[in-house]
Structure formats: C-alpha cells, structure tokens
Design a protein around this ligand. Structure first.
Ligand SMILES: Cc1cc2nc3c(=O)[nH]c(=O)nc-3n(C[C@H](O)[C@H](O)[C@H](O)COP(=O)(O)OP(=O)(O)OC[C@H]3O[C@@H](n4cnc5c(N)ncnc54)[C@H](O)[C@@H]3O)c2cc1C
Ligand code: FES
Length: 261
C-alpha cells in the first residue's frame, strides 16, 4: 500500500446519484486486484473537512488508468465530485484482500446490489479475460441506479436486473432467479457485494448447492489500515467465532465464514 497523488482524467456525473472518476495510474507499480480498495482523501488543500479518508473499491482496472464509480451521499463524496480533470487526488492503496477466482472455474454467479455493482464490475472484467462465463444479477432501488449494466453486459454472458421500482428485487424473487440459474448452469463459484440480505441468501444457497462463495463487505472504515478497529465484523472459522478487521483481513471474505446475524 502506498500514498499516491494521481491525476484525475475525468470526473463526471453519470446519473441522478452516481459519479464516475478516472485517474491516471501509470505510476502505480503495485498489482491491483478486483475487490481491493483505495482510501481516497476527499479534500484538497483548501479544506480539511471531512478529515477522514473514504474507502472506494476499484470499479475497473485498466493498463494505465483506474476507474471508480461512486454514489454522492455525504460530505466526502460531495467533495470528491468537485475534482476537475488535471487536478491531483490523494489515494492510499491498493488496500485489502482481493477476490480469488480459480482457473478451473467455468461459470460464476455475481450478485450485486447498489454500489456493490461497482465492486463486482472489476471482477467481471477479470473473469471475462479468463474466458469464464458470468451470470450477473444486479439489484438497485431504481433503473437510474443500474448505470453499470452496460459495462457488466460487456463482460457477462447474461445480466439480469431487478429493482424496487419494478417490484422485482425482493429476496423471494431473487431466490427463484438464483435457483433457476443454479439448476440451468453448473455454477462453480458465487460472489456478492452490497446487501446483507442478499449475501445471507447467497450464503444459504451456495452452501445448499456445494458452491464456494466470496463476499466483499462494506463496513464503515475510519483508518482503513488496521489500527482503529472501526470496521470489525465476525467470522466463524472451524466452529469458532472470531472478530476480524474488514479493512485488513477483508474486505473480501469466504461467504460461508461471515456471521451476518
Ligand atoms: C471497502 C469499501 C468499498 C467501497 N466502495 C464503494 C464504491 O465503489 N462506490 C461507492 O459509492 N461507495 C463505496 N463504498 C462506500 C463509501 O465508502 C461511502 O459511501 C463513503 O464513505 C461515504 O462518504 P460520505 O462522506 O459521502 O458520506 P458519509 O456522510 O460518511 O455517509 C453518507 C451515507 O453513506 C453511508 N455510508 C458511509 N460509509 C459507508 C460504507 N462504508 N458502506 C455503506 N454506506 C456507507 C452512511 O451511513 C450515510 O448514509 C465502499 C466502502 C467500503 C468499506
Ligand atoms: S478501518 Fe481502522 S481498523 Fe479497519
């Protein structure tokens, strides 16, 4: 993990609530993997508020650029949206444990909700390069929030969208979709991000079908480097519940280990 000052190449609003930032990462020598995140300092030199960095997963990883997709919500993301092309932005990373994907995998299922779609897009990008068939279920509040659908369609074999607006995103409906997919295709691994309810659902269904799974957790983080314990969560390993730090031991964990309830 290093402290980088990278040039913003583009930072534009892409829907009602979402923004897309591209930075020049040609100076980054470290290997960056899907599921990892950068802790971005949302402020420039003129202001120190908010003081804490904000964690963002990498949306797309290209040869000389990195892309982030973020929802403008509070003070940090509002500041982030102010960056103009040509300005330098301070990022600490790449941080955290990435997703793993076995070469023996032929078919994977991705289940993402909200900004979790941003996290799983980088994984879809990697899986497509490995010629893995990807079946993705994307869930959001409304159609306007499903802005990464086109990107996902580029990499995935099939993309299914569900929204609250259409009345299609309830857990029971998603359960049926997953069951159909698992019955139709021999899915080898499942990945999820963005919703505790959907993660719990996928945890049960993966276990029932003998499929390995991983989840990227989005716990609130303060330091993002393992010193403040603000991001802890529980995992159960060999029958023993342990408290772990999601910034350092995660954010990606084996799905069967995470204690959601
Ligand atoms: C590993 C990781 C990867 C992430 N990747 C992305 C991403 O790719 N795109 C993206 O838009 N967001 C992502 N997030 C969430 C992002 O960090 C928060 O939205 C951001 O910190 C909010 O900052 P803010 O100052 O704008 O809002 P704040 O005022 O801090 O919070 C505004 C709202 O966002 C909620 N919020 C704050 N932190 C989180 C969090 N960690 N998870 C969920 N909700 C939160 C708050 O409850 C509040 O409702 C990620 C979080 C983690 C931990
Ligand atoms: S955010 Fe500080 S220990 Fe994880």
């Amino acid at each position: 993990m290093k402290d980088y000052h990278l040039t913003v190449l583009s930072n534009r609003q892409v829907s009602d609530r979402y923004w897309h930032m591209i930075v020049d990462s040609s100076v980054v020598e470290e290997r960056i993997e899907p599921g990892q995140f950068f802790n971005i300092k949302p402020t420039n030199h003129e202001t120190y508020y908010p003081l804490l960095r904000r964690p963002f997963s990498i949306y797309l990883i290209n040869e000389d650029t990195l892309e982030f997709l973020y929802k403008v919500d509070g003070p940090g993301t509002r500041q982030l949206a102010r960056y103009k092309p040509g300005e330098k932005i301070n990022l600490l990373g790449p941080a955290g444990v990435p997703f793993t994907m076995s070469k023996d995998c032929n078919k994977v299922l991705l289940l993402a909700r909200g900004v979790g779609i941003a996290t799983l897009a980088a994984l879809a990008q990697k899986a497509a390069r490995m010629n893995i068939e990807i079946y993705a279920i994307l869930s959001a509040r409304k159609q306007d929030d499903l802005l990464a659908t086109k990107t996902m369609e580029k990499y995935c074999t099939n993309v299914y969208c569900v929204t609250e607006e259409d009345g299609t995103s309830d857990v029971e409906h998603v359960r049926e979709m997953i069951r159909d997919l698992m019955e139709t295709y021999p899915i080898h691994a499942a990945y999820t991000c963005g919703s505790r309810r959907l993660s719990m659902l996928l945890q049960k269904m993966s276990k029932g079908n003998g499929i390995t799974g991983q989840v990227a957790l989005e716990e609130y983080m303060a330091c993002g480097m393992g010193v403040c314990y603000s991001c802890v969560c529980d995992v159960k390993r060999h029958g023993v519940t342990q408290t772990v730090k999601s910034c350092e031991d995660g954010p990606v964990f084996p799905l069967e280990e995470v204690v959601f309830e």
